[in-house]
Design a protein around this ligand. Sequence first.
Ligand code: NAD
Length: 479
Amino acid sequence: MTESHQNYIGGEWVSGASTSLDVNPSDLSDVIGEYDRADADQATRAIAAAKEASVAWGHSTIQDRFDLLDGIGTALLSRSEELGTLLTREEGKVLRDGVGEVLRAGRIFKFFAGEALRVSGEKLSSVRPGVEVEVSREPLGVVGIITPWNFPIAIPAWKIAPALAYGNAVVFKPADLVPATAWALARIIADFNPPPGVFNLVMGRGSVVGESILKSPGINGISFTGSLETGRHVAMSAVERMAKFQLEMGGKNPLVILDDADLDIAVECAYQGSFEQTGQRCTATSRIIATPGIHDHFVEALVERVKGATVGDALQPDTDIGPVVDESQFEQDLRYIEIGQGEGANLLYGGRPLVRITRGHYFEPAIFTDVHNDMRVAREEIFGPIVTIIRAASFEESLTVANDTQFGLVAGVVTTSLKYASAFRRESQAGMVMVNLPTAGVDYHVPFGGRKASSHGPREQGSYAAEFYTTVKTGYTRP
Ligand code: NAD
């Protein structure tokens, strides 16, 4: 008999209209639990509860908000091993990354506890005599938060924490594949007794719960992270009823390796960015662009590095790369191996299903060489442990290839030249640029986000988060 996990609506734990089973991708016989799924009526109830609570929460003291967020942060930090293990069991990233993600979530809550104390405005002179001008920030009201499966606690944290810090009520819809971590986070938040309706958890289908959030006039702002396809739909729905929205979507992130690069740094950046967390990161490296003087040595060394990596059960301490998250993503990875071969790329290494002691979605990390930037494997987001390597004749050509994509989340360069590092940072059309660092791996106190089809709307994280979670009022007074 599996324990049931309910939704949290208006300060009450409420049974769903149906349930789903959450399964460990490292061991398909391991059922993590049964999780309730809300229907459209329950989603509507959650939105109504949030609406009702939003006025008082918007007027709550910054001390109340600080105390709530700081308490949640402390709880997450103190339970990082336990929650990290749950996250790893559910999503399949290795244990150190699961624990690391929970620690990050805890730190994010603490950061925004501090930000709640620092909400500020401006007082300016008027161009008219005897008039004062004051610019202040106010909450949006109710924020709908829709998140993907690949960072089951960090992404919810970097949306929920600022939403609450700036005085908004929250309706949180996690991805269907990772209800356990979302539920554990909701449980922690609920245990701090925020006023009923200030925080609501509605697990369930995107097509049901997600759609209710998109369509409801009770939602004032939508913060979405997920695929480009869903993001486009979120944008259209939000524009239809003039709700504020913010989108973080896919990537096809380039890592440029120049002739003068330190080979060890180049290989480590490429390996970590492409294959850690099974390549299932929006910031993963998926196109490596190498110049002729280093290309062959680099490719050889990268293959050796990948051969030395252990693919296996994410909970085992010697595992470097966990399984793919589910069957449909696994099939997508296999399909892209066929697509790449079909369009003439050279599958130099990997790309096969792997058998392990437990039945899971194990995939051999794959390296394609002789890739052209116009091939589908170089243009479409694969979201798996598959990297493509493209040759470029010069720094200038590698920069052009790096920018030649519909996406613009993050871009990296490995070089010992200050001139090329500076030029790359300046000319890259990505929202985040890395020099001698993997494309994946960011700080939590600075803005996160991209350009082009990777992001839309204000940046997330750091003090920039205020741009989305507040609205500005300009007040004129003749005293
Ligand atoms: P997805 O678009 O399938 O789902 C994202 C969320 O949207 C889920 O909660 C899903 O249930 C919900 N959803 C689906 N249909 C909906 C609808 N009609 N209305 C409302 N909500 C709906 O994405 P995914 O597969 O969960 O995540 C992988 C994607 O997320 C990748 O493209 C990845 O690049 C992207 N991602 C981006 C970032 C970033 O910050 N840029 C971070 C992590 C992941």
